[in-house]
Design a protein around this ligand. Structure first.
Ligand code: SF4
Length: 317
């Protein structure tokens, strides 16, 4: 799509940075294509904003000069599943990422779990933790109708249970609470059902969202999802025409949770569920000193509590 090509010269890229600074942006997420192929631009971003970059992990982003980046390394399952889903059945992308980000304090695994492969979760988490990294759970929406073990219609109950078991086992390594996992996998938060009408991760001034921003549900009034040209925007953080019914995206759900503090004011436990979600977002993206934030993770998981309490909080009564 020529009209959406990335800026061809640095002056255009620099102008984008200046425009964003001028409108008050302090945080950017870089996703799509493979950002590690444009290191000089990543460096400019990290020098001006809190910057989180999502990478497939195949190319190592050097440490020197890129210390301030937060790096989310993608994995979609254990080696065979990951290879099947991302590596054309040939390339062991997960193995490459483990090698490149061993003991790298900037790196966390953005683990997109698939509904029929819950039995792999323990092994994947063990490998990531043994590699000296954190794990951030995400959930697969089967947008290309692969079906079978990755079909989201199967539901994420087993995945959720297994992730909760991993939280118990590695409370200082899993950057998502049981509450967050429940809200995302159930697609329900109090009286709201997940979908476009409540999603807050939309470009506030994109024409496609003109009616949505008037419906009374909160949205991020600063957020823009830019196309590669860094001028035009798309509807939301995951795409232009993505079917919201199969969107299990962690980042989008983060904003749903964070923008809905008022729904969580019914009790100390409910407010704790909200506050810990926000805090984890802050740890994840480098707003809080990582070492300090991580120290609190086991206590965060302890305070959020067990799954049964959480189910009652997240669901309508
Ligand atoms: S696809 Fe996901 S992020 Fe995009 S508008 Fe729909 S629910 Fe929100």
């Amino acid at each position: 799509m020529d009209k959406n090509k990335a800026p061809q010269n640095e002056a255009e890229f620099d102008a984008f940075i200046e425009r964003e600074k001028a409108r008050g942006t302090n945080f950017v997420t870089v996703i799509g294509g493979e950002p590690s192929l444009m290191l000089h631009r990543l460096k400019k971003l990290q020098n001006n904003f809190f910057t989180t970059v999502v990478t497939n992990g195949v190319n190592k982003i050097p440490f020197d000069g890129f210390e301030k980046l937060t790096i989310a390394v993608s994995v979609w399952g254990d080696h065979e599943t990951d290879k099947r889903l991302r590596g054309n059945g040939k390339t062991d992308v997960f193995a490459k990422g483990l090698e490149n980000y061993k003991k790298d304090p900037r790196a966390g695994w953005y683990y997109t779990t698939t509904p029929g492969n819950a039995q792999e979760i323990e092994s994947v988490v063990e490998q990531c933790v043994a590699n000296g990294n954190f794990v951030v759970p995400n959930f697969y929406g089967d947008i290309t109708s692969v079906g079978a073990d990755v079909d989201h219609h199967r539901g994420f109950d087993e995945v959720r249970d297994e992730l909760n078991r991993m939280i118990d086992r590695y409370p200082d390594k899993i950057l998502a609470t049981s509450y967050m996992i429940e809200v995302i996998t159930a697609g329900q938060m109090y009286d709201q059902k997940w979908g476009y009408e409540v999603c807050g991760s939309i470009t506030f001034d994109n024409e496609k969202n003109r009616e949505r921003v008037k419906n009374g549900n909160p949205f991020n009034s600063h957020f823009r999802a830019y196309n590669p040209d860094l001028i035009s925007t798309r509807r939301c953080c995951v795409g232009e025409d993505r079917d919201c019914s199969n969107c299990y995206d962690l980042w989008a759900h983060f904003s749903w949770l964070m923008l809905n503090m008022k729904r969580h004011l019914g009790s100390k436990q409910e407010f704790t569920n909200w506050l810990t979600s926000v805090y984890i977002f802050y740890i994840l993206n480098g707003f809080i000193n990582l070492d300090e934030g991580i120290k609190l993770l086991p206590e965060i998981h302890r305070r959020v509590g067990n799954k049964n309490q959480i189910l009652q909080m997240a669901m309508p009564s």
